[in-house]
Design a protein around this ligand. Structure first.
Ligand code: HEM
Length: 462
């Protein structure tokens, strides 16, 4: 009798793991990261600076330091390496930053019709190759499905010609490695990343626009890799995976998206980006004291951590509910607590115009061919890569209903089981990478070397 009871309790404990273990592991991971990294960050919004001061502090001229002086920077440089020292996101203000930002703007300034046509072509090609044929439904991971699309898109934007398969594999290998490490689901594979750098270093004369002045050949390859083949490909694939997950879980939003009404589509997209912002935290290091008129003072050298999810949840009724109506019928998006591309006063995303245009085309191309459905969890960090069922629109209805039910049940069970295993992997690998980044101190060493070389050139000129 006792044995049966013990066995029943054990079975119940194992079956209930998906409901309690991942949450506890995430909390433990947070505590371990804070322990290794120290407690340097000042959360905004937080106890010192409320949500009503969020934009003011983020946009303050003294909230301008990007990398130097924050332990957190060592971790981001580690995840984005090689070449984080010339990545636009991590450069400090100055001539080099200006040259890099100017170049990025030039590449992204594509006429709307051209960008739409390119996005349409890339999506069609990849779907023809990867998505289900005939009338069979297929389970996919949306992030994996989207990555080759944006690899092809940004390759063509940079080189002005269709992306060869070998180059696409290098780009996808690199971007997938970066985002997998960022989510602590796998370690970095520097070999994959270096292969792309070598390829780009051999293509520097083939680009559509001149590369930033003042950068060496290697740094130019790093610039291309960091901006277009890390950030652009990763962010677009993640953003699209979120959008398609939302469309899979809200058939009414999918129907709206298909109507061709751009305003209604944009409301769905804005609400998706409100609920699932790509940035959890963006950090800045203060380059001077910030004195607010309510008497709050933030000293120079503070590390401000701007929390996007917290900001996006304040000022909305029932903020956890998906409701595109907030952006259709309410105040303009700029008057809401909504900053999916950052804030204009402090280094916003240079793709704020291009990204939504191309996402709209890409989503419609997918929806025209497939009905989407998902029973997997949809969270902001989406470590499950967006499991989704693609059902060809022309498949017979009876068959559709059938495949749906079986596949969606399978997806639900698999997702819960994977969640348990993955949370443990993230705990172990995340702790290792935070520790390894602390050990390597890529950012801190870079600035120490710069100071040494400045000091020796000053003493040489004296
Ligand atoms: C939907 C897709 C995207 C979203 C939601 C997004 C979001 C953001 C956000 C919130 C920031 C500002 C973070 C901060 O204040 O530190 C940012 C910065 C940046 N993003 Fe994006 N991004 C997207 C796509 C892209 C693409 C396609 C590119 C390609 C070039 C890109 C390149 C950059 C760069 C270079 C920065 C740094 C800007 C600077 O410091 O001057 N992003 N992005």
């Amino acid at each position: 009798m006792v044995t049966v009871l013990v066995a029943a309790v054990a079975v119940a404990a194992v079956l209930s793991l998906p409901w309690w273990l991942p949450g506890r592991v995430v909390a433990l991971r947070g505590r371990l990261f804070a322990r290794i990294n120290g407690d340097e960050g000042l959360p905004v919004p937080g106890d010192l600076i409320g949500v009503e001061r969020f934009r003011e502090v983020y946009g303050h001229p003294a909230a301008g330091g990007r990398s130097k002086g924050a332990v957190l920077s060592d971790l981001f440089w580690y995840w984005l390496s090689p070449g984080a020292h010339v990545h636009q996101e991590h450069l400090e203000a100055g001539e080099r930053y200006d040259a890099v930002a100017r170049t990025t703007r030039r590449y992204l300034a594509v006429p709307r019709a051209e960008a739409e046509e390119l996005a349409r072509r890339c999506v069609s090609r990849v779907l023809r190759e990867r998505a289900p044929r005939g009338d069979t439904a297929r389970l996919v991971r949306l992030r994996d499905l989207m990555m080759p699309v944006w690899a092809e898109f940004y390759y063509e934007l940079v080189f002005g010609e269709p992306c060869p398969r070998a180059a696409r594999d290098l780009i996808v290998g690199n971007a997938d490695d970066v985002v997998t490490a960022l989510k602590c689901c796998g370690l970095r594979h520097m070999g994959r990343r270096h292969r792309l750098t070598r390829y780009l270093a051999g293509r520097l004369d083939d680009v559509r626009h001149p590369l930033p002045d003042g950068l060496s050949g290697e740094e130019r390859a790093y610039y291309l890799q960091g901006t277009f083949f890390n950030t652009a490909v990763v962010q677009m694939s993640e953003a699209m995976a979120h959008l398609l997950m939302v469309l899979a879980r809200h058939p009414d939003a999918a129907a709206t998206a298909l109507t061709g009404d751009d305003r209604a589509f944009d409301a769905v997209l804005q609400e998706t980006m409100r609920l699932y912002p790509l940035f959890g935290v963006a950090h800045r290091i203060t380059t001077g004291d910030i004195d607010l008129d309510d008497g709050t003072s933030i000293p120079e050298g503070s590390v401000l951590c701007f929390g996007y999810p917290e900001f996006h949840r304040t000022g909305f009724d029932d903020p956890g509910r998906f409701d595109p109506g907030r952006f259709r019928d309410g105040p303009a998006a700029k008057d809401l607590n909504h900053i999916p591309f950052g804030i204009a006063a402090n280094r916003p995303c240079p793709a704020w115009r291009l990204a939504p245009i191309t996402m709209r085309v890409a989503a419609r191309e997918v929806l025209r061919r497939y009905a989407l459905a998902s029973t997997a969890a949809h969270t902001r960090s989406m470590p499950n890569r967006g499991p989704c069922l693609l059902v060809p629109r022309h498949a017979p209805l009876t068959r559709r209903a059938w495949t749906h039910r079986a596949a969606l049940l399978f997806m639900w069970i698999r997702d819960r089981a994977e969640d348990v295993w993955r949370s443990l992997v993230q705990l172990v690998l995340g702790t290792y990478m935070v520790w390894d980044a602390r050990r390597q101190r890529l950012c801190e060493r870079h600035f120490a070397q710069l100071e040494t070389s400045h000091a020796s050139s000053r003493s040489g000129t004296r």
